[in-house]
Design a protein around this ligand. Structure first.
Ligand code: ATP
Length: 457
């Protein structure tokens, strides 16, 4: 619901997860800055992805390629010609809209494969109105390229024109031969990378769901032609299980396969993973069988041979590609939506708590050390220092212990460690579990192993 979104945005801002960008200058629309807790969560999301997609997956290796690329890249990839959205202006109130979105939001019609003329006719026939002013008076559709243009060097001439990459994938394709040669990987293998991408979106919004500067976690998996559909299934399941393992509930996730009409001309199969965000279902992750389209395009435009010699049967081919492409911010919003909970703790007192039920691996702080009295701050501080060599640990000695628990619940800290006067004698502390609120006495000597075991992912 809208209310959930408002609450999430307020929590994110109030507790230092996400701030509006450039706020002291009145902001810059649809930009967001990640505060101390948001930066931790974001890093942990990326760590989780790298762990499953590079560290634990025997097929894949990593890469960190440049944002600025030779412009030929975008000719080969099709982004210079085709990476555009159908833009319409409202003549009454001058707001901009995507024609496809106007139709889809109006009656759910999927316009995949429609021409601009078809969309314009449909909008006029149905009298679809501007969501901003309610009038039905639009301009014709213009195709609007989503790439950000910039200039390299000191002159602003067209020779120096560059684009900020709109996806990280092309950095993988142009390095295919380098990576294959230097790692001596045999097909099938994959290349995974995380990095910023930029798209001049016409209608950004829904908090961090659609922004113009974002991060992607992309895998390009190279396989032999005719094995592609098997690998497509493999990655589809692998990605789904990754989300489940982070605590995403089955009922909030749906895998939507593209119909024949909806498929890109080069794709044999595509599945959108959609999540039930507070504003409704939205794309979280796109998984596509891109055939040999990308490598063939780069081979043609660059004139470099990008085929692969397969020693298992002495054949030579341009590999097929399976691409799971995921946005860091969209997964961030997914995880926050899933984790946010309000729990009635005491009915008689009408006492509720806000608790972020984050997977402990993702939580910004793994534990908080809370001295029962300021008289214990020396010992409790030493304990926090010791634990912080292994984990992100918070320390809080302000206010009642109950209030301190609630503050940690709200930011998703899985364990609160209370140091009390008995601790001086028995070298034990009380550990409170965020989700169950159960407490148990744990020896200080065992704490590190205790926490490490619980955050395991
Ligand atoms: P949409 O239809 O929502 O514009 P898309 O189909 O163009 O998305 P892809 O090009 O498949 O998206 O991008 C892969 C992934 O990158 C998306 O599933 C999403 O997680 C992320 N992503 C794409 N565009 C944005 C954006 N503007 N803001 C945040 N994340 C994005």
């Amino acid at each position: 619901t809208e209310k959930t979104m408002e609450k999430l945005v307020a929590l994110c801002k109030g507790r230092g997860f996400v701030y509006p960008g450039s706020e002291i200058y009145g902001g810059l629309a649809n930009t967001w800055d990640y505060g101390p807790l948001g930066a931790e969560l974001k890093n942990n999301i990326k760590k989780a992805w790298l762990k499953k997609f590079v560290q634990e997956n025997k097929y894949n290796v990593g890469l960190d390629s440049a944002i600025l690329m030779n412009p030929q890249t975008w000719i080969a990839s099709g982004h210079l010609g085709g990476f555009s959205d159908p833009l319409m202006d409202c003549k009454e109130c001058k707001t901009r809209h995507r024609a496809d979105n106007l139709i889809e939001d109006f009656d759910g019609t999927n316009v995949a494969g429609w021409s601009n003329e078809q969309m314009m006719d449909y909008i006029r026939d149905k009298g679809i109105t501007c969501p901003n002013c309610g009038k039905s008076n639009f301009t014709d559709i213009r195709q609007f390229n989503l790439m950000f243009k910039t200039f390299q060097g000191v002159t602003e001439d067209t020779k120096a024109e560059l684009y900020l990459r709109p996806e990280t994938a092309q950095g993988i394709f142009v390095n295919f031969a380098n990576i294959q040669r230097t790692t001596r990987k045999k097909v099938p293998f994959g290349v995974a990378q995380i990095g910023k991408s930029f798209r001049n979106e016409i209608t950004p919004g829904n908090f961090i769901f659609r922004v113009r500067e974002f991060e992607q976690m992309e895998l390009e998996f190279f396989c032999k032609p005719d094995t592609d559909l098997e690998w497509f299934d493999y990655w589809r399941s692998y990605c789904r299980d990754f989300l489940y393992s982070l605590g995403i509930k089955e009922e909030n996730l749906r895998l939507r396969d593209h119909s024949k009409e909806e498929l890109s001309f080069y794709s044999k199969a595509t599945t959108d993973f959609e999540y039930l965000f507070p504003f409704g279902w939205g794309e979280l992750w796109g998984i596509a069988d891109r055939t040999d389209y990308d490598l063939t395009q780069h081979q043609n435009v660059s004139g470099k041979d990008l085929s692969y010699f397969d020693p298992t049967d002495n054949s030579r081919y341009v590999p097929y590609v399976i691409e799971p492409s995921l946005g860091v911010e969209r997964l961030f919003l997914t995880i926050m939506t899933e984790a946010y909970d309000e729990e009635l703790v005491d009915e008689a007192k009408n006492d509720t708590r806000v608790v972020l039920r984050l997977h402990p691996f993702l939580a910004p702080f793994k534990a908080a050390v809370l001295p029962l009295s300021k008289k214990l701050s020396e010992q409790a501080g030493a304990l926090a220092d010791e634990l912080s060599k292994k984990f992100m640990v918070d320390y809080d000695d302000a206010g009642s212990i109950g209030k301190r628990y609630r503050r940690q619940d709200e930011i998703g800290t899985p364990f609160c460690i209370t140091y009390d006067f008995d601790s001086l004698e028995d070298n034990c502390v009380t550990v409170r579990d965020r989700d169950t609120m159960q407490q148990e006495r744990v020896a200080i000597a065992d704490l590190e192993a205790y926490i490490a075991e619980k955050i395991n992912f």
